[in-house]
Design a protein around this ligand. Structure first.
Ligand SMILES: [Zn+2]
Ligand SMILES: [Zn+2]
Length: 280
């Protein structure tokens, strides 16, 4: 794990530096019920082959992105016309999927061991999350960037993050601005994340695991499989229609676990996607 200074530096770099990544822009994904855009959170996957190979239940679609959006124009997505970001919160395995035709995917679990306790995170777990329109937004306003920098610096110098009595608190106005931008209350440096497509992973740096493409048809000549590239991170967010590990009525609205997230990587050779949970 990084030292706190290292962590703060990494988060500042994530927030303020333009990166050259799979999609060069860091894009916020924002729920917007009035949006005419073609992206959406939730909904049932409209492709064949979307059963979890371990649990035999439909994979949850967390987000579906229309690759024709001009903000994504700097990249080819190979066979994908829409990117389906899928996951199974019952077995919580890394889910690799390849496009196997215009309307079908093939799902690969690289870990086939049987878990003794495979159960959904809570009772009456939905088969799908509600479909909700979403917009992609680019950029961070200067005032939000300035507040985020100040939060990081203040938290760095205000004692242990484990001791909440010593934690410095932003003003009501500052909190309102960052809450609006990030889509949830910001209580520590770990909260400076939002649903994202492209750019650099805003998640904690120790979640930056390396993923290798397992697709036997991948043209990459890398012996261990091509190293995959970060493409998206989607947070547990009951108010946004994404109750991944807790229901909307399970907590005080300010206390949802927004630090729980599924992150996605893509193979730049064959466009296999992998979703994984590296929370906590
Ligand atoms: Zn499963
Ligand atoms: Zn590949």
């Amino acid at each position: 794990m990084l030292s706190r200074a290292g962590l703060v530096t990494a988060i500042v770099l994530h927030l303020v530096h333009p990166m050259t990544d799979f999609i060069s822009n860091l894009l916020r994904v924002v729920p917007d019920d009035d949006a005419e855009a073609h992206h959406f959170f939730g909904g049932s996957p409209s492709l064949d082959g979307t059963l979890c190979p371990t649990c035999k239940i439909p994979l949850l679609q967390l987000l579906n992105i229309d690759c024709a959006d001009p903000l994504l124009a700097d990249k080819s997505f190979g066979p994908w016309k829409r990117l389906p970001f899928l996951f199974c919160w019952t077995c919580i395995r890394d889910v690799y999927c390849t496009a196997s035709g215009p309307n079908a995917i093939h799902v690969i679990h690289t870990d086939q061991s049987i878990l003794a306790d495979s159960s959904p995170p809570y009772e009456n777990y939905p088969q799908s999350f509600p479909r909700r329109s979403a917009l992609l937004k680019v950029g961070i306003p200067d005032d939000v960037k300035a507040i985020a920098r100040r939060l990081i610096e203040e938290w760095q110098s205000s004692g242990s993050e484990d001791d909440e009595t010593e934690m410095w608190e932003p003003s009501v106005e500052e909190q309102a601005k960052v809450t609006d931008y990030f889509g949830h209350p910001v209580k520590s440096t770990f909260c400076l994340t939002h649903h994202q497509i492209g750019g650099h992973n805003l998640g904690p740096p120790w979640q930056d695991d390396e993923y290798r493409c397992p697709n036997s048809n991948c043209k990459s000549r890398a012996k261990r499989g091509r190293k995959m590239t970060f493409i998206a991170r989607i947070l547990n967010a009951p108010p946004h229609g994404l109750p991944m590990i807790e229901t909307l009525d399970s907590r005080n609205p300010n206390e949802y676990n927004y630090d729980v997230a599924v992150q996605y990587h893509i193979c730049e050779s064959c466009f296999t996607l992998v979703g994984s949970n590296r929370s906590g």
